[in-house]
Design a binder for this molecule. Sequence first.
Ligand SMILES: [Ca+2]
Length: 453
Amino acid sequence: MWCKDQCDQRSTLARGCGDHCDQRSALARRLFTPKNPSSPILLDYSGLESVTGSTFDPSIPTKVIIHGFFNSANLWVADMKDAILKKGDFNVVTINWEKGAQPPDYNQAVANVRLVAVQTYLVLKEMVRAGAKLQNMHLIGHSLGAHMAGNIGKLLDDKLGRISGLDPADPDYQCLPKIIRLDETDAMFVDVVHTNGAPFSEGGAGLIQQSGHIDFYVNGGKTQPGCPNGLGGAFSALFTSGVEAAGDAVSCSHARSHDLYTESILSDCSFKAFPCLTHEDYLSGRCMTCGSEGCGIMGYHADQSQARGSMFLQTNGKSPFCGHQYFVNLTVSASSKSTKGTLFASLQGKEGRSSFAQITPKNSHIASGGTIMAVGAFSELVGKISSVTLRYEKYGGTGFGAFVFGAGRNTLSIDAVRVVAGDSGHRYDACDEQYVLNHKEEVLVTQPQPASC
Ligand SMILES: [Ca+2]
């Protein structure tokens, strides 16, 4: 086992044979700095020289990136490292514990988390001896790596500057004491991004419970748009595209957390998130103001906001994920029969027009006389809204040829449209006429006079 492959932890520390152990276990702490942005220097915990003899600069902040189960520091970790070094002058350490995080033995990987945490802690201590400050250190961990960051923070007496937990792993951690899992006591500021907190039986891999000073529930925090749905989606991928695609399907929502975080580092779009108690409340438009607590900023820039607590935001299903939050409320005509399909909207205003954003889940049930409430992520801010363009795409049904079942209707009629901008609180209403949406046709919704709806 990997744990046994490692030198015994106590004797290792006593002998100071960290380098030797690392070689045997393929564990690597790779240091990148502005002086060596692409050629890593390996750090060990055998003494101060490992740090002082490297390009490590104690006067600039340090970022440590930690991957999770069935992963390595060669994948998204490398992309995040590049984005951070593009952002500014930092020491970036990537922790590669690939061999200890290998499937199928998840429980062994959980045990290894504690071991790698101790070894990483020892390296950070050497950095402090070299003159670095704990408050300038920021650990970013995905899945099991998030809990490892929490363990390291605890070993450093909770004096770390910041931990960002990216969809902290759920299996073996849910409801465990805070000392074992990532929580808000592990650093001076702990921000958590939830993307795959659905139940494990439905393909969820992340914790849904609040774990930081600020928790971001992206698209509700359970599953992500653009990802196959849970285990059903994985089985479907298995039969249609093979084992690798099935693995991607399972991890898609879980992996979205680090994709979002990496995008947030250099994006001009702010990933603004609104304080709210539940996703249902958020989608029903009850939380489109920042209130007294203030709005959060999901991702790398979370520390630029004073907001705390549970925050919600919607994103796009593919990169660029970030969008401006607009609440859209549509009243379906009672004369329009129930159907199944997807609705999109584009906004026009004084400052321009937005691209189309999907405002209902794909192939939703749309009830006759019902209300559709959603928050969409729009790519552009448009200023005061002057019109809205709607597009309806009916569900094509299942089957083929003459044997297609469950398809949506060709037409959907809407009686009223309301849009509320999350950034300004500005409201747009239109309700003077019935808007008839034919399949895939764009319909412009205007209201020449102020609406009384
Ligand atoms: Ca903890």
